[in-house]
Design a protein around this ligand. Sequence first.
Ligand SMILES: NC(=O)c1ccc[n+]([C@@H]2O[C@H](COP(=O)([O-])OP(=O)(O)OC[C@H]3O[C@@H](n4cnc5c(N)ncnc54)[C@H](OP(=O)(O)O)[C@@H]3O)[C@@H](O)[C@H]2O)c1
Length: 268
Amino acid sequence: MQQSRFTKICQLCLVALLAYPNAATQLRTYRLKVMADYPKNRPYTTVVLAMSADGKIADVKRSPARFTSLADKAHLEQRIADSDGVLFGAGTLRAYGTTLKVSHPLLLQQRDQQKLPPQPIQIVASRQANIDPQLRFFRQSVPRWLVTTTAGAKHWTGCPEFAQILVCPLPCSVEIDWVTALQQMAILGLSRLAVLGGGQLVASLVAADLIDELWLTVCPLILGGATAPTPVEGSGFYSALAPRLELLSVEKLDQEVFLHYRRQRLED
Ligand SMILES: NC(=O)c1ccc[n+]([C@@H]2O[C@H](COP(=O)([O-])OP(=O)(O)OC[C@H]3O[C@@H](n4cnc5c(N)ncnc54)[C@H](OP(=O)(O)O)[C@@H]3O)[C@@H](O)[C@H]2O)c1
């Protein structure tokens, strides 16, 4: 009941935005205000994740996160439709084998009115880029880029699967230089980037202070497991030095809670 109500509310909002261009302008102005204080030489980044009540984004087998509601799927599709590019780690791609496309007619219409292509660019992050070319992802009608190291680029240079390969190694390291990678994305025209996980990729971006917003959907189940992935993995932060967030909104829909945070920086 609640799910279809949420979907209806989303549709009504979309219809209102399409019917009343002033409302859309006001929303864009608000968004620009929120976006005003991030460095302009990189895309504005928004992490979108769903987790169990105990803070796990998948079970111990790292299975695809299929525990979310239809309302959360609509929310994820909206966030994807709001972006120029979506970034995810190779682990997430291996788990799902596909990516979520924008398919709702109103979202496609919204993108068309904003003079955006129907689909944002799907960007895979991988050091080694040892990715199975048989994955269904490579047959989906979406533009695909790869962010990788020099070693990873060797697997895919000249292959049609990726329209762009961004090679951004940190000097004397097997790691990606994310500041450079995001600068390259900005040069290539991306101004809004949705980061769809998993925890390893998000950890690298948080560590480089490259995350501006975070959407977390808390779902009503307990996954447990010391090795089950969480929203931010990596080596972690001491609490005194941990990145701080400002809570922008909380919404309860049926059994799920939608949390929306903004990264709070020193100058705020
Ligand atoms: N609940 C949710 O919303 C949600 C969302 C997304 C994913 N998930 C779940 O999360 C799990 C996958 O998580 P994961 O921790 O394995 O995530 P991941 O970050 O998607 O994948 C890890 C792999 O991505 C690449 N990668 C990650 N960080 C990188 C970096 N800084 N630089 C270069 N490459 C990087 C590496 O690929 P290479 O090894 O190829 O170098 C790494 O092995 C799956 O179980 C999936 O279902 C859940």
